[in-house]
Design a protein around this ligand. Sequence first.
Ligand code: NAP
Length: 382
Amino acid sequence: MLRLGFWLLLVSVPLSSAFTPPAILATTVASSTASGAETGTVQQLDVPVNQVVTRVAVAGATGRVGRLVVEELLSRGVQEVVALVRDVEAAEEILGGTDAPANLQITQCNLSSKGQISSVLNDVDAMIWCATGFSQKPNAGPLEKAKGLLDLAMKKTIDVTALPVIGNVIKENNLGGKNPQQLPKVVMCSSAGVTRTIWDDEKKALMPGAADIPIVRLNPFGALDIKRSSEDKLRETGVDYTVVRPCGLNDEHPVGSRPLLSQGDVAVGRINRKDVARVLVDCLTLPEATGKTFEVIGVAGYPFGSIRGALSNLRSDEEGLPPLDAIVSTYTTLQQLLPGEKQDSAALAMGQTYEQLDKDEVGRLGERGKEILDDGAPRPSS
Ligand SMILES: NC(=O)c1ccc[n+]([C@@H]2O[C@H](COP(=O)([O-])OP(=O)(O)OC[C@H]3O[C@@H](n4cnc5c(N)ncnc54)[C@H](OP(=O)(O)O)[C@@H]3O)[C@@H](O)[C@H]2O)c1
């Protein structure tokens, strides 16, 4: 079964908008409590999400991140949460069945259908994208499976085909409700590592701990390239967006770890899916998130505060990346946050944890360079 739910092991790099090299690019989250008390440079209080959006759609709502995003939106009092799912019955079970709150609308939408996407996006203020074409319905029949494989081979998964439709529909309908113009209207959960497959040799040699991690080295089904292309297609629509690139999604990583945001795609490390969900929802409320792309890890032991300060220090995609030496500086700093004792991300095999590396244990997919990726089912390896 195709469950390319794999992905990475990264660490995050930061970007300061106004700095010049050799400044360190890591941007930590300003310490700000949910009640708004802040100790960092950010003065403004964060606005509760239910004050800026009324109706939010979630693509991939049954997925491991998506269901947490649904939970997060509901717990933060968003009036209508529209869970877009391809199998309503399965979704009802995953999202709470008869116990599901009344403001959760489970809505049938196959993201490979342009028509279905357009028809369900009426009146939404914003959308959070947590779907990926690198998974296949658990009960998919042979035809569906074959189509899934063909889409992968043709690099035409929903990542690439649905996101531009969503961006265009939301932009053209000028959807927004209470969502002011400057706030992101599409927040995309992408992945760290998507640009590393096209780094030139010099850049790869400068930052092997980012360039040689298993997911980048193996890039199964060209998944990272497809993700990169889907980000571009979303940007091209001109909708107000944020692209969030989490590093290795790891459900064992402590929840409530401080998000460390960075840019330059040099981040390696871990983050809990619950924290990813919180970051994705937070972005909806923050104008500082609009038009930006960043990587994120969770730094255990430091509390999760407002991400507003960190976001405001990041560059917009229009401004572009900082100079290479600044990015390398960020890389060298972030490599020190790698899990484990050896802290050698390039030495990992796909499916091997940092802890296994420390103990010289082989990971679940075999030795580095000889990993067995049969049935297309590598799982998160960090
Ligand atoms: N795993 C990692 O370490 C990692 C790291 C960084 C980034 N990411 C990215 O993070 C995002 C979320 O990951 P995840 O682990 O939560 O993914 P996941 O559990 O595989 O969820 C994927 C979701 O997409 C939905 N989907 C797929 N095709 C669809 C279609 N045609 N129509 C409607 N829905 C469809 C699935 O629905 P069904 O329930 O019907 O299958 C499921 O809800 C993905 O974009 C992934 O690439 C992952």
